[in-house]
Design a binder for this molecule. Structure first.
Ligand SMILES: Nc1ncnc2c1ncn2[C@@H]1O[C@H](COP(=O)(O)OP(=O)(O)OP(=O)(O)O)[C@@H](O)[C@H]1O
Ligand code: SF4
Ligand SMILES: [Mg+2]
Length: 349
C-alpha cells in the first residue's frame, strides 16, 4: 500500500456537513494547552474552538502572545515542551487526530495537513538544496522516486513563481532572497496537495510588494487546489484582504468570530473594535459601525498572570465588576455565525 493511501485510511472520517454549507475539514473543539515550569502551570490556550471549512481562508488574529502559533502547533501535534495539551480535540474530516499513533500522524502531516512556520528563514535546512527539501516529503509520503520527485520540485518552484526553476532547484537556501525562500516554504507546504494549509505569519518578514505576491500566490493555489487555509496574522490589513471568516484571539481564548465582512464592519468585542480602529486605511462601508478608538492602551497579560475573568479586563474601557469574576461564554450576538465572548452582550448572560 502506498504511504498516501495509508494516510487516507488514517483519517477516513467524514466531515460534518450541513445543507448548503461547505463541509468542515478541520474542527478544533475546546482545545486547552498548558505550560509547566518551576512547579507551576499556566494555561496558554483555554477552550479554543473553531471550524475551518473546505476551500475557505480563516484568519486567526490577535496580538503577540495571544496563542496563535500554539494553536497551530497543537493542531499539528507539534507543541514544544514544556507545553502539554490539557483537553479538547482536533478533528480532520471528523477523525480525532489524538487517536493516531506518531507514524500515522506523520503521514497526515505529509499528505493532508501542512504548515508554513512562522520563521521560514530558520525552517529551511541550510545543508540541503531547496529541490531536495521539496522532494523529500514527496518521496517519503507519496512514494515518488528520485527523478519524479525532482520533476515535481521543479514544477512546484515554477508554480510558486520562482524564475528559472530548473536551475534554482539546485540552489541552497542562502543563495536565495528572503521572498524566494518564503516561496520555497510555500512550495514545500503545498507539494503534497494538502487539504489544509496552516500559514503562520507567512509574510511578516517580507516587504510589502513581496507580501502582496505571496498573498496572490496563496489565493491562486487555493482556487486551483481547493485548499482550506488557516492564515495566522496580527495584521488586520491582511485579514481584510484575505479572510472569508475571522477568529479573534485574546489571552489564549477566542473572543470573537464570524464572517470577515461582519467582523470588520461591525466588530463587537471591545478588543476587536480597538484593533480595527487602529487601522485608518481600512475603507469604511455604508452602515459601518466602527467606533473611533485610539490605539489599545496596556499590554497582553502574561500567561502566568491570567485570572478567572475576562483577560481584557485591565485594558477594557467598558469593563464592569462582573468581568473580573468569570470569563464570558462565546455566544451569538450579531448576524448568524457572529459570536462574541463579552459580558456587554445580553446573549452571553
Ligand atoms: N517555550 C515557552 N515557554 C513558556 N512560555 C511560552 C513558550 N512558548 C510560548 N510561550 C507563551 O505562550 C503564549 C502563546 O505564544 P504563541 O507563540 O502562541 O503566541 P502568538 O500569538 O503566536 O504570538 P506572535 O504573534 O508573537 O507570534 C505566549 O504568552 C508565550 O509567551
Ligand atoms: S467581558 Fe468585560 S472586560 Fe471583557 S471585553 Fe467585555 S466588557 Fe470588557
Ligand atoms: Mg506566533
Amino acid at each position: 500500500m502506498t504511504a498516501a493511501r495509508e494516510a487516507a485510511m488514517d483519517i477516513a472520517g467524514d466531515a460534518p456537513a450541513s445543507a448548503g454549507a461547505p463541509a468542515t475539514v478541520l474542527q478544533v473543539e475546546d482545545l486547552s494547552l498548558e505550560f509547566r515550569a518551576r512547579g507551576r502551570s499556566a494555561e496558554v490556550l483555554s477552550c479554543v474552538s473553531f471550524a475551518l471549512r473546505a476551500g475557505e481562508t480563516l484568519c486567526l488574529v490577535g496580538e503577540s502572545g495571544c496563542g496563535k502559533s500554539m494553536t497551530a502547533l497543537a493542531i499539528m501535534r507539534l507543541v514544544p515542551p514544556p507545553g502539554r495539551i490539557g483537553g479538547g480535540r482536533v478533528r480532520l474530516r471528523g477523525a480525532d487526530l489524538a487517536s493516531l499513533d506518531e507514524a500515522a500522524m506523520r503521514r497526515v502531516r505529509g499528505n493532508h495537513l501542512s504548515m508554513i512556520f512562522q520563521e521560514p528563514m530558520t525552517a529551511l535546512n541550510p545543508v540541503y538544496t531547496v529541490g531536495e527539501q521539496i522532494a523529500e516529503p514527496l518521496r517519503l509520503h507519496q512514494g515518488l522516486d528520485r527523478r519524479q520527485a525532482r520533476e515535481r520540485a521543479v514544477e512546484m518552484l515554477r508554480s510558486v513563481g520562482i524564475p528559472l526553476p530548473e536551475r534554482r532547484v539546485d540552489d541552497y537556501p542562502h543563495q536565495m532572497s528572503g521572498g524566494m525562500r518564503q516561496r520555497v516554504m510555500i512550495a514545500i507546504a503545498l507539494a503534497c496537495d494538502p487539504e489544509v494549509l496552516i500559514a503562520d505569519e507567512p509574510t511578516t518578514a517580507l516587504d510589502v510588494t513581496v507580501q502582496a505576491q505571496i498573498f496572490d500566490l496563496l489565493r491562486e493555489q487555493q482556487a486551483r487546489r481547493g485548499t482550506a487555509v488557516l492564515l495566522i496574522t496580527h495584521d488586520m490589513g491582511a485579514v481584510s484582504e484575505m479572510a472569508d471568516r475571522v477568529v479573534v484571539m485574546y489571552g489564549g481564548r477566542v473572543v470573537e468570530q464570524g464572517a470577515a465582512g461582519e467582523v470588520l464592519s461591525r466588530p463587537l468585542h471591545p478588543y476587536t473594535r480597538g484593533l480595527i480602529a487602529c487601522l485608518p486605511e481600512l475603507d469604511r462601508a455604508p452602515g459601518d459601525l466602527r467606533p473611533d478608538l485610539p490605539e489599545i492602551p496596556g499590554v497582553v497579560p502574561s500567561i502566568w498572570d491570567r485570572g478567572e475573568g475576562c483577560p481584557f479586563f485591565d485594558r477594557c474601557g467598558q469593563a464592569m465588576p462582573r468581568c473580573r469574576g468569570a470569563f464570558p461564554p462565546l455566544a451569538q450576538a450579531g448576524a448568524r455565525g457572529h459570536d462574541v465572548a463579552c459580558w456587554l452582550y445580553p446573549e452571553t448572560t
